[in-house]
Ligand binder design. Structure first.
Ligand code: CO6
Length: 431
């Protein structure tokens, strides 16, 4: 019987497991290639996974909310449209379908690779690798209580076991390398009373991640925010004049964001200390200029895809990449690599008609720019024949920066440079 195993995909270099947050199919459903099967969430990103084949869902092996290692079989699709499956088929296909990297893990495994001989429990390659690294014997592994389907030992189970084993034994260990991720002390929450009629909303996983990330950033970096006003009349007139032609020529819309991004990339090249991260007592000045763009998602959450090497792209390239990433972000189609490696972030408060904002730094970066709404305003212009009042397009730009390494002089000069780049936009540019 021809079965095809659907396995947990590898969603990024460092990602070893994912949580199935939603099944779009159930056992017995007929699927066609590219029909969405399930949604998977990792620490980095959520993705919807399509079926690579046509067939019938013969078996779903993990329910929603299961945390599953990469390469593990999640479901079996019968390619001949039958519902019955034979367990030996599944086991066979499962072994064949593991990636070569995982097969390598299995091959090099010596401490626990005979797991099936002692009991019927199955251990994933990830669990076996951790067991090996921690010198946990098969007998010891058998004693760990598993929280997965059918009592399967998951990564969190073995990690918890290792932690409690360490505490019990009170072993004095050699100090390890300091973790570069900032350690944040959790404060006791302020007690909250719930009155009749109040509505309780459980935060979803991404909201919790955002909340933790924001609290961590405020605790790690002393934030300072500076603000400038920029007269962007020339670039607004240029954009409005070229908007339709751009759409026609490149089949894409040009907004102000790519122009802001270009101005920021140019300024970062001149002020490389703003394009840095802090690691303990060291400053890591980044070679690449990778600009993250905060994108508001329809579900109310926020994600920051990254335009890599922004300083090497022209306005057309920045526009296309920004639109592509924003669309992928809104439809949960971002690849995890597309939200990694940012060295600076821009958040457009103008999207909500706001004039100004004090954004929170996206760690481990050291600065973030907020762009306010462009508005027409009366302004005083100095001319050879005296001052005049004119209607100009103006906006506020605010920069929050990490005072550990960026002082007011640097932060202020960098911010002014962005404003200058926008004010000096070359209106003779062709698209
Ligand atoms: N001024 C004037 N007009 C604007 C502005 C400003 N600042 N921003 C957008 N627009 C206009 C834009 O030009 C479009 O008009 P037309 O071109 O004439 O059609 C229109 O508003 C809609 O723009 P759209 O949002 O579609 O595209 P844009 O390229 O400007 O922005 C985006 C792309 C992905 C940034 C945006 O869609 C978005 O998601 N914005 C929300 C960003 C956000 O949530 N920020 C707060 C997050 S909290 O910062 C935070 C990181 C943490 C600390």
């Amino acid at each position: 019987m021809a079965n095809f195993n659907i396995v947990m995909p590898k969603l990024g270099e460092s990602i070893q497991e994912g949580t199935i947050t939603k099944w779009f199919v159930k056992e017995g459903d007929t699927v066609e290639e590219d029909d969405m099967l399930f949604e998977v969430a990792t620490d980095k990103v959520d993705s919807e996974i399509p079926s690579p084949v046509d067939g019938v869902i013969a078996k779903i092996l993990f329910p929603e909310d299961s945390l599953v290692p990469v390469g593990e079989v999640l479901a079996i699709v019968n390619l001949e449209g039958e519902m019955e499956i034979d367990d030996s088929d599944a086991a066979e296909m499962s072994a064949e379908d593991t990636t070569s990297e995982e097969q390598e893990v299995e091959k090099t495994e010596s401490t626990v690779d005979d797991s099936r001989k002692l009991s019927n429990r199955f251990y994933s390659p990830l669990v076996k690798t951790i067991a090996k690294e921690e010198s946990i014997s098969l007998e010891e592994l058998e004693t760990i209580k598993g929280s997965g389907a059918n009592g399967r030992v998951q990564k969190k189970d073995i990690l918890e076991y290792i932690k409690s084993r360490g505490e019990k034994a009170a072993v004095k260990e050699q100090p390890t390398q300091p973790d570069t991720a900032p350690v944040v002390e959790k404060k006791a929450p302020v007690p909250v009373s719930v009155a009749e009629g109040d509505k309780l909303i459980e935060m979803d996983r991404v909201r919790k991640l955002i909340a933790d990330h924001m609290v961590m950033s405020k605790q790690v970096s002393p934030h300072v925010t500076s603000v400038v006003e920029a007269d962007v009349t020339e670039l607004v007139l240029w954009r409005n004049k070229n908007k339709d032609a751009f759409q026609e020529k490149y089949d894409d819309k040009i907004t102000f964001m790519p122009i802001f991004t270009e101005a920021v990339a140019m300024a970062l090249a001149e002020f490389p200390l703003v394009n840095s991260s802090v690691d303990g007592d060291k400053i890591i000045m980044k070679k690449d200029i990778n600009i993250g763009i905060a994108v508001a998602k329809p579900d109310g959450n926020l994600i920051v895809p990254v335009i890599k090497n922004a300083e090497q792209r022209n306005l057309v390239g920045l526009t296309k990449e920004l639109n592509r990433l924003a669309n992928a972000a809104r439809t949960n189609k971002l690849d995890p690599t597309e939200i990694q490696g940012g060295t600076f972030t821009i958040t457009n408060f103008g999207s909500f008609g706001n004039i100004i904002g004090t954004p929170i730094i996206n760690q481990p970066q050291v600065a973030i720019l907020a762009t306010g709404i462009i508005e027409k305003k009366p302004a005083v212009l100095e001319t050879p024949s005296g001052d005049v009042i004119a209607i100009r397009h103006k906006m506020y730009l605010s920069l929050s920066y990490d005072h550990r390494i960026v002082d007011g002089a640097l932060g202020g000069a960098f911010l002014r440079k962005i404003a200058d780049n926008l004010e000096q936009f070359d209106t003779n540019r062709s698209i």
